[in-house]
Design a protein around this ligand. Structure first.
Ligand code: GUN
Ligand code: ZN
Length: 454
């Protein structure tokens, strides 16, 4: 990558009219239209992205826009690369960073053996801060600029996460886990303290800079009816905060839940009856839903977060793309680290595609890129702010390198269409394919130089 200086040297032009930077590359994004993502896809082969003060000011053909740049504007030359909006991971656990890839025979033993003891370490705010830093570095290395993040039950874990994200000016959504039963004593809050701490945190962080809060009852089995009731009150009082939880991930879990909550039609029905299905509510997994659940999820405005690497790693089951699509229920993509085995949304697409294939469904690369950018923004109520390169959006974008590895270089050289190029990136790419990541117009990750990438 080289930087052309139109006139004066220096990476940044500051004239009092704001900091302006321009990026020349292939540009790919999806417009906000009700059309299918294929039709909403904008692909500009020789494009220019103009960013002023952390906001996208223009996005279009290089030859049309270059003449209008103020003299001296830095033009970052990313030709032969593809700029897309940063990825949005809609379900991930930052406290599970240090226990990713822990083997267990399924979800419930995995929680007992690895997850809960690891989450205990977040009693210590210094440890929380250390993990938050590493976790955010790792997201950015993988091109993820926004995530819906579970913290632990300790309010300090959320405080540490938000403080680090705010210092980097990242747009993140996070929340303290609420959990007052069916877990070790050392990880329990109470209905009262969970609600109080959550409210304190959301008042402190929701809307502070780019931070947003998510009420986070871990999953129905670890909350008493009283705690779900307190969570429901908060959800009503703060209608624009997010809600995140797990639902219908694993057969043993579903059976356990139905024993714990007799009289409910289904697992999802529990959240519904507590008023926790609504826009900006995001439910991880959704593997074992029935038709009524899919319909109800759609009608409520809530979102299903598909976690393919986790569902395979823990043997939870195969997400039913075809049914979700038939009902028109919003679906986003998520890593679910540390149940998920990769921070990379490209690898997440790879696995999502294979799971769809197993049920005879074809997920196009365009659709997966849409789900990981504009589609997620839309379903999270963040249209026009993130997930797009359209003017006015926050300048969270990534630079993808179709030649990141020798194999990717060979395959992408033979790509005969945009779909083939995106498909190769999704199947063969990972953190190595992210040449750089920008958040609010600032470079927050640059791939290390190697012999292959001098
Ligand atoms: N269900 C409840 N907690 C968790 C968790 O931490 N990870 C996963 N994958 N499922 C859960
Ligand atoms: Zn999860």
């Amino acid at each position: 990558m080289t930087v052309n200086q139109n006139a004066d040297p220096g990476a940044t032009r500051s004239t009092g009219a704001g900091d302006i930077q321009a990026y020349r590359a292939q540009l790919l994004y999806f417009r906000d239209t009700p059309k299918a993502e294929d039709e909403a896809c904008e692909w500009i082969r020789d494009g220019l992205l103009v960013v002023r003060d952390g906001v996208i000011e223009q996005c279009g053909e290089h030859d049309r826009l270059i003449g209008d740049l103020p003299p001296g504007t830095s033009v970052h030359d990313w030709r032969n690369h593809l700029i897309t909006p940063g990825f949005i991971d809609t379900h991930i656990h930052y406290p599970q960073t240090d226990m990713i890839a822990s083997p267990a025979p399924g979800l419930l033993p995995w929680l007992e053996t690895y997850t809960f003891p690891t989450e205990r370490r977040f009693e210590n705010p210094e440890y929380a801060q250390d993990v938050a830093k590493f976790f955010l570095d790792e997201l950015l290395r993988c091109g993820t600029t926004t995530a819906l993040v579970y913290c632990t039950v300790h309010p300090g874990s959320a405080q540490a996460f938000f403080a680090e994200s705010h210092a980097r000016n990242l747009r993140m959504v996070a929340g303290k886990v609420m959990m007052d039963r069916n877990c070790p004593e050392y990880l329990r809050d109470t209905a009262e303290s969970g609600a109080r701490d959550s409210e304190d945190l959301l008042r402190r962080w929701h809307g502070t800079g780019r931070q947003m809060y998510a009420l986070t009852p871990r999953f129905a089995p670890t909350s008493t009816p009283e705690q779900l009731g307190r969570c429901s009150e908060l959800a009503q009082r703060y209608p624009d905060v997010f809600i995140q939880s797990h639902v219908a991930e694993n057969r043993d879990e579903v059976k356990w839940v139905m024993d714990l909550f007799p009289g409910y039609r289904s697992y999802l029905d529990i959240y519904d009856r507590y008023g926790l299905l609504r826009p900006r509510a995001v439910y991880g997994h959704c593997v074992w839903l029935d038709d009524d659940d899919w319909r109800r999820l759609r009608d409520s405005g809530a979102v299903a977060a598909h976690c393919p690497t986790s569902n395979q790693f823990l043997g939870s089951g195969l997400f039913d793309h075809a049914t979700a699509r038939n009902f028109g229920t919003p679906v986003t993509l998520a890593t679910d680290v540390g149940g998920g085995s990769s921070f990379s949304m490209l690898q997440t697409m790879n696995e999502a595609h294979k799971i769809a294939r197993l049920s005879g469904h074809h997920l196009t690369a365009r659709r997966m890129f849409w789900q990981a950018t504009q589609g997620a923004a839309k379903h999270l109520g963040l249209t026009g702010r993130i997930g797009t390169l359209e003017a006015g959006a926050e300048a969270d974008f990534i630079v993808l390198d179709p030649k990141a590895t020798p194999l990717l270089a060979r395959r992408s050289a033979y790509a005969e269409s945009l779909e083939e190029l995106l498909f190769a990136l999704a199947m063969l790419g990972d953190d190595r394919a992210i040449a750089a990541t920008y958040a609010a117009g600032r470079e927050v990750h640059r791939r290390a130089r190697t012999a292959a990438h001098p």
